[in-house]
Design a protein around this ligand. Structure first.
Ligand code: AMP
Length: 307
């Protein structure tokens, strides 16, 4: 089933305890699209970059099967730029720079050929742009998943709350869930957030895994204990791309299938953190993904016989 992805396509500069990069390719939609291509063949991107964005990087997306006919190139403007620095625990980071540039005036145009999309991933972007995309689709997709971040909670909370009423699944991290709900307990936070509109809530907890809430049901997926964590940038987006890509590929949005999708998303994210930027999630072999999912199965499988 076809998947429409919107979000940032960006330059990132990243600093971790293990190294530092100059401007490398990043952006929420970049990670989401690349991850989704491992599960579904029709990945359609809507995003905007400036004239400074190298064609070779767009070629990488195309080689992965991402349709970039909805990628606007504003020749005389600069691409979105984000810079972040990770703390020693690699689970938290400070944003050093957010230069919206082309994103500041982004008017998402949905190509006619994208209109039949059944799955919509609203990657991290201004919530008003996210809701504009929903409004510009002639038919409501079967499933709308949305990601967001603290930045938008600070500067556009009302718009964010409006967009939340339009989506099926919200995917955020634990800190953002606490900020959005005003609750420390993630169970209480989930109830408040589910009351805001989405039917499903995913709370990502970095190296501590992810929770999927639906009504009173909850599912937990661990994160794989990894020997090397190099750069967590994009892990959340890669997770989201794996999650919705798996759902689109299987065309099944039951809670049980969402549990599997959370595992596939977690497996994709575990690759992402092993190298800087998108390096590790480009050209993964299918056996690598299968082996990784098997690692997840082995990690949590145990037998107990209760008397
Ligand atoms: P993650 O590590 O999954 O939270 O995502 C990091 C990616 O989000 C980076 O590649 C950034 O380019 C992108 N990003 C950071 N801040 C924003 C923002 N305010 N709007 C859109 N994308 C952003």
């Amino acid at each position: 089933m076809s998947l429409l992805v919107i979000g940032s396509v960006a330059f990132d500069a990243i600093e971790t305890p293990f190294g530092k990069t100059d401007k490398i390719i990043g952006g929420a939609a970049t990670y989401i699209s690349l991850a989704a291509t491992y599960f579904t063949k029709q990945v359609n991107l809507v995003a905007v970059v400036g004239g400074d964005f190298p064609q070779t990087k767009i070629d990488i997306l195309n080689e992965h099967g991402v349709n970039t006919s909805g990628l606007q190139i504003k020749k005389d403007e600069k691409s979105f730029f984000w810079s972040g620095k990770y703390h020693n625990d690699m689970n938290s980071r400070d944003t050093l720079v957010t230069e919206l540039n082309v994103l500041g005036t982004f008017d998402p145009v949905i190509p006619e050929t994208y209109q039949d999309c059944q799955y919509l991933m609203l990657g991290n972007l201004s919530p008003s742009v996210q809701s504009t995309v929903i409004g510009r689709l002639k038919n409501r997709p079967k499933l709308i998943v949305m990601d967001t971040m603290n930045f938008w909670m600070q500067i556009a909370l009302d718009d964010l709350k409006k967009t939340l009423t339009l989506v099926d699944v919200l995917s955020i991290n634990d800190e953002e869930a606490r900020q959005l709900s005003g609750e420390y307990s993630l169970v209480k936070a989930s109830r408040k957030i589910l009351d805001m509109g989405p039917k499903f809530l995913i709370i990502k907890k970095g190296e501590h895994g992810a929770l999927l809430f639906h009504g009173r049901e909850v599912f937990f997926a661990p994160a794989l204990p990894l020997e090397e964590v190099f750069d967590p940038t994009g892990a959340g987006d890669t997770f989201a791309g794996g999650f919705i890509g798996y759902l689109a590929g299987t065309n099944d949005i039951s809670f049980d299938n969402m549990k599997r999708a959370v595992i596939y998303g977690s497996a994709m994210a575990s690759f992402c953190v092993e190298k800087f930027g998108t390096e590790r999630i480009v050209n993964l072999a299918s056996h690598e993904l299968d082996d990784r999912v098997q690692d997840f199965i082995d990690l949590v499988q145990f037998q107990i016989s209760l008397a």
